[in-house]
Write a protein that binds this ligand. Sequence first.
Ligand code: AVI
Length: 330
Amino acid sequence: SHPQPTFLQRHHADDAAVRHEIVDGLRQSPAHIAPKFFYDELGSRLFSAITALPEYYPTRTEAAIFTSAAADIAMQVPPQAVLIDLGAGCCTKAARLFPVLRPAGYVAVDISVAFVREALSSLQQRHPSLPMLGLGLDFSTSLAWPDEATAWLQAQGLTDRPRLIFYPGSSIGNFTPEEALRLLRQAHAVCQLGGPGGGLLIGVDRLKPVDLLLAAYDDALGVTAAFNRNLLRHVNRLIGSDFAPRQWRHVAVFDEQASRIEMHLESTAAQSVRWPGGERHFANGERIHTENAYKWTPAGFAKLLQSAGFDPRAHWSDAQQWFSVFWARA
Ligand code: AVI
């Protein structure tokens, strides 16, 4: 027989809610669009291309840390836990760590179950006896653990297992410290619903010389620029607007004060953008803020973990100290 994962979709923001969120951001000054809208099908492929760029060090640096620290990680994290993978996507990062983490259950969380459906189904064929749940949940809004997911854990006999939350890739950096604290507090609450020993395994990008950071977010081939401008094509489909991507320039800057990379789209002409029910004028040079990527110090991030209720137990980095992986007990 072919075992199948279970799939659950929670509060799929309806089209009207999505339209409202985007239009509201466009009307503000400065205008902004949330980075979750980068990831339509082409956007996900462009991000995947970014991770292969020589300038974009985070993905490969984190992978090298997971490889070199594998034995150590295996000693720290509880075996037979329920592994909860935030922003799972193609599930490859977690799947590679199955031999290290030895989970008793696997929950792949992403904004839409559609993002994990195929990957999880094929992963299930390779691990037929590992219970798997695909959970569609916009945890950038709220990581409240859904009742249906609790019921699934119960049905699998996993209720009392520790919960091991896996949040790699420095996606936590795309939240402001306040937003990150809120999300981590919710993650802590999710861990507390399970058995003792649970916690958080998280990848965090570090503060480093600005030239390295700027190159990572403004690469020579222009892949990041395409990724940023593709947001406008996605928004056109979501709200029916008429953004002309050619009229917008990719801008990446580092704000030392906030310790963050900011990505913007800068209008290269005075222009009006229209959508059903509204329009917005942009002056030449006016920007739309599309992403923050905070760069943490290990001490600063350990403090954030503590503020969220976690107990940071271990920290691994690479020889250049560019990226950090934290293990924190709930
Ligand atoms: C997904 N996230 C961690 C990436 C980052 O580095 O902030 C998104 C990205 N934006 C530009 N390049 C990559």
